[in-house]
Design a protein around this ligand. Structure first.
Ligand SMILES: [Zn+2]
Ligand SMILES: [Zn+2]
Length: 344
């Protein structure tokens, strides 16, 4: 009788071996899902600015080596014990919200987004820069048929963050909403803001972005290089909301006075420098600053449904997994048009 051989099925991963190190393309064994988890055969994974937390070791407690990636779309390939709502062969995705404990005070209040033990793919566990990944069932999002893998992936972080922050910003149809930065987040923010019925002022650097900003639905394009954007917003009556997508605290500070009365600076681009605003600037006109982080898988499904309904789509550059380092460098340089997506 022949001895049965145990086939080791290898897969490719793009991992960060230690903080600040370059990407390594490695082969390793396909992981098994544990109880309450599924294995996803990854088809596409977006490259997000927040992947720098993993690449550069800017997030406390990351265990290395670590595989980044939290804009993951693929097909369920194996289901762990106790998972009843998801089936093999089903399309699914995982975004920034990579799992919650269901037991902390915030979860008991139904506020899963603020779970005290929130998990993030690519930070808490290996993410989507690889051919297969394992994720907890509560982190999964259903992907509509009409969206392709590479289109859906960026909607699971860049998309949901702009959609969810805007829909909770308090801006009403017809209000002036400024979008600071026309990049991976900003080009989606302009589209969502337009479909929400806002008057959209897109603020970018350089005249070359003007035609695209208009195409995405901006009423006005303000070139921050040659125009004082604060004055330009005030001439339009002052913004109800400035959605700050560019990770520049300096640009946010300089633009704050472009807000009208009761206006809100909504911060989603993350910079490590402080935003500088005086109490007088806040008090005058009762203006506010708010930060916003992503959302739950249910919010992701709302985002995908809205994109499906209205035609909002990311503009992408695709790279094979082997070129993860190149895709990441392109994203960090700010030159990607407008979201880099890895394909497996
Ligand atoms: Zn992200
Ligand atoms: Zn919790």
């Amino acid at each position: 009788m022949a001895t049965p051989t145990i086939a080791v099925r290898p897969m490719k991963s793009a991992q960060i071996p230690k903080p600040g190190a370059d990407f390594q393309i490695i082969e390793r064994e396909i992981p098994q899902p544990g109880a309450g988890q599924v294995r996803i055969k990854v088809q596409a994974c977006g490259v997000c600015h927040s992947d720098a937390f993993t690449k550069e070791g800017q997030w406390p407690g990351i265990q290395y080596p670590r595989v980044p990636g939290h804009e993951v779309v693929g097909t369920i390939d194996e289901v762990g014990v106790g998972v009843t709502d998801w089936k093999k062969g089903q399309r699914t995705g995982v975004g920034w919200h990579g799992g919650h404990d269901g037991t902390c005070l915030y979860c008991r209040r139904g506020d899963f987004r603020n779970c005290q033990n929130l998990k993030v793919p690519g930070i808490s566990y290996d993410g989507g820069y690889q051919q297969y990944m394992v994720a907890p069932a509560e982190a999964l999002t259903a992907i509509p048929e009409t969206l392709s893998d590479v289109e859906a992936a960026p909607l699971l972080c860049a998309g949901i963050t702009t959609y969810n922050s805007l829909r909770h910003s308090g801006a009403m149809p017809g209000d002036l909403v400024a979008v600071l930065g026309i990049g991976g987040l900003g080009h989606l923010a302009v589209q969502f803001a337009n479909k929400f019925g806002y008057k959209v002022a897109a603020i970018g650097r350089g005249a070359e972005n003007a035609p695209l900003a208009k195409k995405f639905g901006a009423s006005v394009y303000i070139d921050n290089k040659v125009t004082n954007a604060t004055e330009a917003l005030q001439q339009l009556g002052g913004a109800q909301v400035i959605l700050a997508t560019a990770p520049s605290s300096k640009a946010m500070s300089e633009l704050f006075d472009g807000l009208g009365p009761n206006g809100k600076l909504m911060v989603i681009g993350v910079d490590s420098d402080p935003i500088q605003v005086t109490p007088a600037q806040l008090v005058s006109g009762s203006r506010t600053i708010q930060g916003w982080a992503s959302g739950t898988p249910a919010d992701e499904e709302d985002t995908l449904r809205f994109a499906e309904l209205t035609g909002v789509r990311p503009m992408i550059e695709t790279y094979p997994l082997e070129k993860a380092a190149e895709a990441y460098a392109r994203m960090i340089s700010g030159k990607a048009q407008f979201r880099a997506v890895l394909t497996m």
